[in-house]
Design a protein around this ligand. Structure first.
Ligand SMILES: Cc1cc2nc3c(=O)[nH]c(=O)nc-3n(C[C@H](O)[C@H](O)[C@H](O)COP(=O)(O)O)c2cc1C
Length: 192
């Protein structure tokens, strides 16, 4: 059975752009024979703003949506976070979703597709810090949809086919993710 990767759409706004890069990376990733990929829409997990007695690192969260969220994450071997950049950070809804689980992230890899003026680079860098605390491995190569590419896709009527270099950077990111996914799955199995 192939390792399973969740592609998380990091925005829930009604007019979000995020579902476009998520569908695009899903299409490219789906061609791989060594990993399986599934889209995860945070709209399906309407978590309240974190308001629990403690971190999920210390004990289970008594909230039905959080339980469903954690169960979904538990079945995955790695993640691609598709992230917008809001005021130079990730979206609150994505950070909140990360706060709502812990054990389900440990010793799993995470890769990024960022978008925005600078390709979501500042949001991605912040998410790498969060990932370290969640005991995840953030892989080096990321996809950054930036500047005129982002504007073309967002409001300029362009498609991802107009920017083939983005698909090239996706291949590098997926190679990193595949290596770490397999290595960490073996290591988690050995530890168990
Ligand atoms: C609250 C807010 C803050 C934003 N701040 C940034 C920013 O710091 N850098 C950036 O590149 N784009 C910024 N933008 C523009 C977003 O890149 C753009 O709206 C994008 O579509 C957001 O992703 P989403 O549509 O998937 O939610 C901001 C947008 C919002 C709504």
């Amino acid at each position: 059975m192939n390792p399973k990767i969740g592609i998380v759409i990091g925005s829930t706004r009604p007019t979000r752009f995020g579902e476009k890069p998520a569908a695009w990376i899903h299409g490219i990733a789906g061609k791989r024979k060594d990993l399986d990929f599934e889209l995860i829409d945070l709209r399906d997990y309407p978590l309240p703003l974190f308001n629990e007695p403690g971190s999920p690192a210390w004990g289970p969260i008594d909230n039905e949506v959080a339980k469903r969220w954690a169960a979904r994450l538990a079945g995955l071997d790695g993640f691609i976070l598709v992230t917008p950049e809001y005021n130079h950070g990730p979206s609150a809804v994505l950070k909140n979703a990360l706060d709502y689980a812990y054990n389900e992230f440990i010793r799993k890899p995470v890769a990024f597709v960022g978008y925005g003026g600078v390709g979501g680079a500042r949001a991605v860098e912040q998410l790498r810090l969060v990932a370290a605390e969640l005991q995840m491995v953030s892989v080096r190569n990321a996809v950054h949809i930036a500047a005129s590419d982002f504007l073309g896709l967002w409001r300029g009527g362009k498609s991802f086919d107009d920017y083939p270099h983005l698909a090239e950077s996706a291949v590098g990111m997926l190679e990193d993710l595949a290596w770490w996914t397999k290595a960490l799955k073996i290591a988690r199995g050995n530890a168990a």
